[in-house]
Design a protein around this ligand. Structure first.
Ligand SMILES: Cc1cc2nc3c(=O)[nH]c(=O)nc-3n(C[C@H](O)[C@H](O)[C@H](O)COP(=O)(O)O)c2cc1C
Length: 323
């Protein structure tokens, strides 16, 4: 049987495996990244950081670049629209210990697009190529580009973008196999992804709707060298090792609701240690729907959970749950 799981060489860096955590703003911070590495992710990607904000030494953005040894290997994602700030941000990420620097050319959020960053960069491959070249020149670690199959359904742009990235020195491209107009919804377009894979020699890491061995297999069949898992890791950071097992034809251990709540509590505790009680609990609440599910009265428990303001209160609430 073909082995889909293997270490993956990205320029000068060798990732221990080719199943990675996708960057998610507000989710893939230090505590969550460390958890996903324990769950089998080969590389974890940090939430996007604004190159412009880093240029102005914005304290929050600088904090987002912080990397702890237990979160490695890590890819730091930056977003921006001009060569100088992208180069500076890439260097700042490298100096903080990033193993890979990734440039965001796929985000469809209006505020980011208005500033000329994210998916709108796909409209101008020459400019996007200059951004990649500026980052490649600024750092010694590999630079990757995360983009999409295109902006609109049926209009493939990702193949040209991937070739431009390759020509300008990117070590890999990450392709979210949905058009930007679909945001994160709908089935991935694997035929479009296959065309992109066939158009470059650098590794293509595919992403979009991967949640188990069967969905992962389709991305490898399309020609991807690796895959990235986003939302399926929230609520199940062990999805990476489950995918590895399933691709190897083995059974994977399903996560019980009780175990999911135990892991969530451990993450909340990490968040409180990392950010302090107020911010740590606030951030934890944003993903409650992914964690507190599939047990009796889950909706009611979520309602009670979001009203909690102390770790002690959360511990007491979870201790009283019946599964
Ligand atoms: C809450 C959320 C935040 C995201 N933030 C980012 C981001 O900062 N950078 C990025 O490139 N993609 C971001 N994405 C897109 C994901 O990386 C990924 O491409 C997308 O969720 C599709 O993968 P999935 O179907 O496995 O979730 C975000 C997605 C979600 C749901």
């Amino acid at each position: 049987m073909t082995s889909f799981i293997h270490s993956l060489k990205i320029g000068s860096f060798r990732a221990p495996n080719n199943i990675w955590l996708a960057p998610m703003a507000g989710v893939t911070d230090g505590p969550f990244r460390a958890l996903c590495l324990r769950g089998g992710a080969g590389v974890v990607c940090a939430e996007m950081v604004s190159a412009h904000a880093l240029h102005y030494a914005n304290a929050r953005s600088l904090r987002m670049l912080r990397i702890d040894e237990r979160e490695k290997p890590v890819s730091m994602q930056i977003f921006g629209a001009d060569e100088q700030t992208i180069a500076q941000a890439a260097l700042a990420a490298q100096e903080r210990g990033a193993d890979i620097v990734d440039i965001n050319a796929g985000c469809p959020v209006k505020k980011i697009n208005k500033a000329g960053a994210g998916c709108v960069l796909m409209k101008d491959p020459v400019h996007l190529g200059r951004l990649v070249a500026a980052a490649v020149k600024a750092v010694s670690v590999p630079v990757t580009l995360k983009t999409r199959i295109g902006l609109k359904n049926g209009v493939l742009l990702g193949d040209e973008i991937a070739r431009v990235a390759q020509n300008e020195g990117a070590a890999a491209v990450i392709i979210h196999a949905r058009a930007a107009e679909n945001v994160h919804n709908g089935e991935p377009d694997l035929a479009a992804l296959a065309k992109i894979c066939a158009s470059v020699q650098i590794p293509v890491i595919g992403n979009g709707g991967i949640k188990d061995g069967a969905t992962a297999q389709k991305f490898f069949d399309a020609g991807c060298s690796g895959i990235m898992v986003g939302r399926a890791a929230v609520g199940n950071p062990f999805v990476f090792q489950n995918i590895c097992a399933e691709l190897a034809g083995k059974e994977s251990a399903p996560l019980t609701a009780r175990r999911r709540v135990e892991i969530y509590l451990a993450l909340i505790e990490e968040n409180v240690a990392h950010y302090g009680e107020k911010i740590g609990i606030g951030r934890s609440k944003k993903t409650a729907g992914y964690w507190l599910r599939d047990f009796p009265m889950a909706a009611e428990v979520r309602g009670r959970f979001v009203r909690q303001e102390t770790l002690a209160g959360i511990r007491e609430l979870f201790a009283g749950l019946s599964f």
